[in-house]
Design a protein around this ligand. Structure first.
Ligand code: ACO
Length: 343
């Protein structure tokens, strides 16, 4: 270990440790690289909220690396309940401090933290350039390889962006709703009547039978979507939804979700769109997305840049996005490393 890495002091990133959270926020914000159509600018409310509110069914573990009084690196792991993996959500060295072994020290801490939580595998999504696409920093993949990580069999995917100034897919209006369905809008909090259906559709991607998901006030209160909303609201995010209701049965046939951080008025994250398998083939996916874009723009007139990410095996959604004018900008590639490396 070189001198810099040996002098590091690791402090847990905990929501009530305000000075450490502030130092981490500054480091994360100041380290953001200005690569067009790669990531939205950091939003302080979103980042701060993310320390207190984990996604449902996960635990977060984070540490900030200090050199003297200065935060020079950060590490965040997401630990899904009941899984053998620790997902590296952030492993960051301050730009001015790179190539001195800090990243390696963070990686070592990642291994120790993952082992403390009983995990056997570290996984991380690494952003890479698309063949023929815009350039991306090759450092992260070189770093992962240098530390013995390998590209995994896990999902690879594509990050697509739509710039509404270049192409507005809603310029011609929202296509007609297919016969037998009606559209229903809602905002950040899903109405009770749809909470179970949205949880079931979101978790099963439209494939599993609804009877496995329970009903009644307790099921609504503890549903996946309610727990997800708790995180979203805690991060200061606003969400916009449109659902398709099957008129004959009253069932929710599908929905789409888009959300915004507080700090970036021009950026929108296009989240999940799902149509139950029994209701596919009617063009509902495109109708939902365009109707929701109109919904968002009514309340968020400054929205201009929309990002979305999909695994490669979700070709229909990638194609639908391309039809809307989304342009592929970069790949995300899944890397993995054993928590206890063979010696
Ligand atoms: N180009 C080529 N090789 C690199 C680079 C680079 N830009 N950066 C690191 N490496 C390799 C080298 O082999 C290096 O050893 P060397 O300096 O003796 O040649 C080795 O990785 C270790 O480098 P460190 O000094 O320990 O790492 P550093 O503190 O520079 O941090 C990091 C590397 C974390 C990737 C940094 O560039 C960064 O913060 N990038 C932005 C955040 C990011 O993309 N993180 C994802 C990391 S991948 C993952 O989590 C598995």
């Amino acid at each position: 270990m070189n001198d810099t890495a040996a002098d590091l002091r690791f402090v847990p990133l905990e929501a009530d440790d305000v000075p450490t959270v502030d130092a981490w926020l500054r480091l994360t914000t100041e380290s953001a690289e200005d690569v067009p159509l790669s990531a939205a600018p950091h939003c302080a409310a979103d980042l701060t909220g993310s320390v207190r509110f984990a996604p449902p069914d996960t635990t977060l573990a984070g540490e900030v690396a200090f050199l003297g009084g200065q935060a020079v690196g950060a590490l965040r792991l997401v630990l899904p309940d009941g899984a053998p993996v620790a997902v590296v959500d952030q492993l960051l060295t301050a730009p001015k401090e790179r190539r001195q072994g800090i990243g390696t020290a963070l990686f070592r801490r990642a291994r120790s933290l993952a082992a403390e939580h009983g995990r056997t595998l570290l996984v991380a999504d690494v952003v890479q350039a698309l063949p023929g696409g815009p350039a991306r920093d090759e450092g992260p993949a070189a770093f992962a390889a240098a530390l013995g990580a390998t590209v995994s069999d896990g999902p690879e995917g594509v990050h697509q962006w739509l710039d509404l100034d270049r192409h507005d897919p809603s310029a011609g209006g929202v296509p007609e709703v297919p016969a037998g369905y009606r559209l229903q809008r809602w905002g950040t909090v899903t109405p009770d009547a749809f909470a179970i259906a949205v949880s079931e559709l979101g978790q099963s991607l439209g494939a599993s039978p609804p009877e496995t998901w329970g009903e009644g006030p307790d099921a609504v209160r503890t549903s996946h979507v309610r727990r997800y909303e708790r995180m979203r609201v805690g991060r200061g995010r606003r969400a916009y939804h449109v659902g398709a209701v099957h008129e004959a049965t009253g069932e929710l046939a599908g929905f789409t979700s888009a959300s915004k951080t507080t700090g970036n008025p021009e950026h929108l994250l296009q989240g999940m769109t799902v149509v139950a398998s029994a209701h596919r083939g009617h063009g509902l996916g495109l109708v939902l997305k365009l109707a929701n874009l109109a919904h968002v723009r009514e309340y968020e007139p400054r929205v201009r840049l929309i990002e979305t990410a999909n695994a490669d095996d979700n070709r229909p959604m990638i194609a639908l996005n391309e039809a809307m004018g989304f342009v592929p900008q970069e790949r995300f590639v899944s890397w993995e490393a054993p928590v206890a490396p063979a010696v």
